[in-house]
Design a protein around this ligand. Structure first.
Ligand SMILES: *Cc1c(COP(=O)(O)O)cnc(C)c1O
Length: 426
């Protein structure tokens, strides 16, 4: 019989670490990854037939739940007409029209097959548009695996970045300047020293890759002002937060307009899609109209576009985000009550359908504060929740994801499991 353990052993003989994306290997929590056989609505089932309430949601895309009938129908219909053409199809225009309608600054869209490609191409576009090489990113923000973005702070506040992965040339990393999220002074210092060389500031406006972090009042406003003053482009990486914290992403919540936005996750509804969007005058620097090269064999393929269109049409229904937010609030309040009852330094919060839980007495505001979590306690909590049938992202530095498929009963079951787990780790 197939078990998670037997499948993990088998996988490790042919897949590096048994997985195709590092965090799936459960290294941050220990134990055996669950091999998923099937998912529907708010649930996933592993190969042993055990059911989990799904707060992973494929790391964000599944905002209407797994296997939503309308999404499956759209994908099935599209599949009958062919999987990929490598020539234009009308669904590309239809998904782009929706994105332009939702994000006021987006006049042109270019689709890719992943968020990584979207962020990478946005960088190249910003460099091509400004004719500058340096970029600013933030410690703890994740933008996929492009070389220029796998960079962490070097030593000393003004030092150039150093590669955070082997294989990234130090010569490339020195063009990446690393600042601290929610610390405007750290960005001002970089502009004071290197202003004329900076092509763009790339930021997760509401980070979800150092767990959920919320921008302090004035921080994103300050980035907007610095970029405008120095002729650099402000790029919001909304791959995770777009169509997730609000229909119009973090930029809708904070009321700040970037020069370029990167999208992914929800816009593919579970299929591989990324996108860059922005004003025509910047976007039209890209091939075939401009000199910045960008292309992709499967970009805009009909199956991915169909899944994206069906998902966007479900979430742009009036009241969708209000309902999603209210229900997620109820879950978060229940988790916070459970922590108080158990007397554990634990808390939770959310924005729209994106949430964070922290082994800390107060929600963190910075990467440094996120690092102060009790990791050992998180590991024990994680496995108690998993044993109780609740699947959270297997890392203390990741956000978790709520969907419209989560029922009141699912919320209650999750809170009950957390109450027991928190008491056990107190
Ligand atoms: C997931 C993510 C990416 C990378 O997207 P992939 O589709 O995994 O390549 C980029 N930026 C952010 C903010 C993300 O959350």
């Amino acid at each position: 019989m197939s078990t998670n353990a037997s499948e993990f052993e088998r996988a490790q003989r042919v897949l590096v670490g048994g997985v195709n994306s590092a965090v799936r290997a459960f290294r941050a929590v220990g134990g055996t990854p669950r091999f998923i056989a099937r998912a529907e609505g708010a649930y996933m089932w592993d190969v042993e037939g055990r059911r989990y309430i799904d707060y992973l949601g494929s790391w964000g895309p599944m905002i209407v739940g797994q296997s939503h009938p309308k999404v499956i129908e759209a994908v099935t219909r599209a599949a009958r007409d062919g999987l990929s053409y490598g020539a234009p199809n009308v669904m590309e225009t239809e998904l782009a029209e929706r994105i332009c309608g939702i994000f006021p600054h987006v006049e042109r869209v270019r689709f890719t097959s992943s968020g990584t490609e979207a962020a990478m191409s946005a960088l190249r576009l910003a460099r091509g548009f400004t004719g500058r090489d340096a970029i600013v990113k933030f410690e703890g923000c994740y933008h996929g695996t492009a070389d220029s973005l796998l960079v962490k702070a070097g030593s000393g506040a003004l030092a150039f970045g150093t590669p955070s992965s082997a294989g990234v040339p130090a010569d490339l990393a020195r063009h990446t300047l690393v600042a601290q999220y929610n610390d405007l002074a750290s960005v001002e210092a970089l502009f004071a020293e290197h202003g004329g060389r900076i092509a763009c500031v790339m930021v997760e406006p509401m980070p979800g890759n150092m767990n959920l972090i919320v921008p302090k009042p004035g921080f994103l406003e300050g980035l907007r002002e610095l970029c405008t003053r120095h002729g650099a482009l402000l790029i919001f990486d909304e791959v995770m937060s777009g169509f997730r914290v609000a229909l119009g992403g973090a930029q809708e919540l904070v009321g700040i307009t970037p020069d370029l936005s990167a999208f992914g996750k929800v816009i593919g509804g579970g299929m591989p899609v990324g996108a860059i969007g922005g004003p025509a005058k910047v976007m039209e620097m890209m091939a075939p109209l401009g000199t910045v090269y960008q292309a992709g064999t499967l970009s805009g393929n009909p199956i991915a576009m169909a899944a994206g269109i069906a998902t966007i049409d479900l979430i742009r229904e009036p009241g969708f985000f209000e309902r999603l937010g209210e229900r997620c609030s109820r879950l978060v309040a229940g988790l916070n009550d459970a922590a108080r009852e158990a007397g554990v330094a634990f808390c939770a919060r959310h924005r729209g359908g994106m949430a964070g839980l922290y082994m800390l007495p107060q929600p963190p505001a910075s990467f440094a504060e996120v690092q102060r979590q009790d990791v050992d306690r998180f590991k024990r909590f994680y496995h108690l929740m998993l044993d109780a049938g609740v699947y959270l992202p297997p890392s203390p530095v990741e956000a978790f994801f709520f969907s419209s498929a989560h029922s009141d009963a699912d919320i209650d079951a999750t809170i009950a499991a957390a109450r027991d787990a928190l008491k056990a780790v107190a």
